[in-house]
Design a protein around this ligand. Sequence first.
Ligand code: NAD
Ligand code: MG
Length: 384
Amino acid sequence: MKKSVTVLGATGSVGHSTLKIIRENPDKFQVIGITANSNVTLLAKLAFEFMPKFVVISDLRLLSDLETRLAHVDIEILSGEEGLDFLASQKTDILIAAISGFAGFKPIFKAISVGTDIAIANKEALVAGGHLLMPLAKRKDVNILPIDSEHNAIFQCMMGQHWDDVENVTLTASGGPFLSITREDMHHIRPVKALKHPTWNMGAKISIDSATMMNKGLETIEAAWLFGIGREKVSAVIHPQSIMHGFVRFWDGTIISHMAPPDMKVPISHALAWPERLKIQTEKLDLTQTAGLEFIEINNEQFPCYDLAHQLIGEDPCYAVALNAANEIAVSLYLDNKLAFGDIYSLCIKTLDMIKIGSLDNYQSVIDYDSFARDISRSIVLSL
Ligand code: NAD
Ligand code: MG
């Protein structure tokens, strides 16, 4: 029996790798729905190839364009936030959460509500809403399978293990493009340079987050929610070779690590096929050709965003929502050349200083709080 799959963010980097795996395994998966924000050309092309039941374009202005392109095929075309919610509410065997940013939170919430298993790449949704998504998944008996490579690594290290036996968990970081650059020299660095990641080829937002190391800080929050662990149990270390993605240290001194080529197809295929494994086309690591594995502590002076996020584990969820919102505003302004690289951190910390704590006990309150934090960030930008 084929697994039915919904792919949110099908036109992005994770979406692309996901569809590559599905393309190579047509007997195992059937695509039910695909979505994109605005890349209507690629979305239409993918619709013709995979013939899903539903296609969603989030940007309402592009709906008629998509309708014209798909006029003669039997596919239901939906748009905007409502379309995304509708698709997410159609139960499938698994949903690939590969939208970038907080925009992915509500559809994930909807999908868990109807009992669909989630393969999650969209870390911002967990950072901002993990306190609601994880308990909901437990109540609905839904599996949340990590796609983020470090979290998938930890998930694999823990197969057959018990969390009671774990002393701590370490996520690895490549170090991004600015590992050997001082914070002062980084301040005015242009987006073209920040977008050039040494080992991974990813979307713009996560590439900038990797350059500031906010990505690794957000990933510690993501790990805390996914695995139900506290701040003292999770941290990150720089590992420039990017072949060991995470490791778990047990109380008896054992360390179990996960190694794989730096190719997102590895964790995606694991989450897609779980509890089985797929034979996929990827580079094979030859450990005899690996010169040496380095592990370097993250320098907080050089990369303050890492610690800013890490210290929010265990704090009121409002702080993580606000940090994520401020960071999304900051990264988008930076990509438009309207904010200096060094001011990404300043905007985040100033936003955290200005927020008031509220109650985030349902998904609408998280969405409202995200908007509130974005308004605060925008008002701070004007005074920077
Ligand atoms: P991307 O920018 O390449 O793709 C994002 C996708 O989401 C696109 O299909 C886009 O159309 C859609 N999208 C963006 N904004 C949207 C909005 N407001 N509403 C609806 N759809 C929207 O991003 P990516 O690199 O594929 O990353 C996706 C997610 O996976 C991110 O949360 C990222 O942190 C995470 N992730 C990515 C990688 C990677 O290697 N790319 C690795 C680990 C985790
Ligand atoms: Mg990662």
